[in-house]
Design a protein around this ligand. Sequence first.
Ligand SMILES: Nc1ncnc2c1ncn2[C@@H]1O[C@H](COP(=O)(O)OP(=O)(O)OP(=O)(O)O)[C@@H](O)[C@H]1O
Ligand SMILES: [Mg+2]
Length: 330
Amino acid sequence: MIAFNHVTKSYSEDKIAVKDVNFTVEEGKIVVLLGPSGCGKTTLLRMVNRLESISDGEIIIGNENSMDLDAIELRRKIGYVIQSNGLFPNMTIEENVMLVPDLLGWSKKQKKERFTYLMKLIGLDAADYRKRFPHELSGGQQQRIGVVRALAADPPVMLMDEPFGALDPIIRERIQDEFLQIQREVKKTILFVSHDIDEAIKMADKIVLLRDGEIMQYDTPSEMLAHPKNEFVSQFFGKDRAIKSLSLHTVQNLQEIIGLAPIDETIQDTKTINVNQDLRNTLSMLMNQEADQVVVTNDQGENIGSITIDLVQKYLHFEIKGKLSVSQEG
Ligand SMILES: Nc1ncnc2c1ncn2[C@@H]1O[C@H](COP(=O)(O)OP(=O)(O)OP(=O)(O)O)[C@@H](O)[C@H]1O
Ligand SMILES: [Mg+2]
């Protein structure tokens, strides 16, 4: 657990970067700090591991006040992924990943086992990559290494500052999925910075939306999309809030509420989608292909019906827009 209690940070008398911030990251959850450039996201993160001092208020990690902990000790217990992956160019991949375990005095055998386990998590062959240097990896692979390096000593808390920021959209989505998969297994308490709305909606259990160092809203993604607390929040998520929130719903949700359409066997080359896929992906599939149906399959790979633009629209209208409290105008 990480709790921010009335946390304020001023860099100078007239530069207040964070103003009276209150929120809690529950054990095993991902909270995304979202907001425009300069709103104080990195500052908040760096106060947790004491790379930045706190001007007022306190940060509680587990049961302890961060100020009562030894700063070096604290940083070893907190995994930190910085934006540009921060790998050391002159160290091998194994040396980079095992940096903190090395500092903690792990044995050679322990380190080797851990390295092999971590590489497996990100789908890279440990033997193949062990002795390579960062420049011998692709950008996406380097970012994965940055992430597992933060996981290396199995810290309960992770701070991730735009960890996938430098990646192109397709690789980025893949790494997000992969990371969520890993998180289901390791259940870390994570504070994650992003300025990308789609990424925040996808990754967050809860979002902290900031403006000029102040929290505008702290809520689950679906609550924030459905019930923005003020004009700033609603403007920030934009007019297509409803479409964005499709990514929080699956084909199965639609099936349960309005049912699937029968499969039109006369349509050739129909694409298929798994029933657990989200509706935003489904919509983009429908919009990108000529045919007007996508066949839905269950986990056994059986065709169980089809989905059409009409159905997605219907669902959007009744299930999503029906629940939006603020109108879509403006
Ligand atoms: N060391 C510093 N000294 C003075 N002002 C600073 C310092 N670091 C950050 N600031 C200011 O504090 C505010 C918040 O900065 P911060 O880096 O936390 O923003 P951010 O939300 O992470 O932005 P970005 O999305 O661009 O990374 C900004 O106005 C910034 O100029
Ligand atoms: Mg920043």
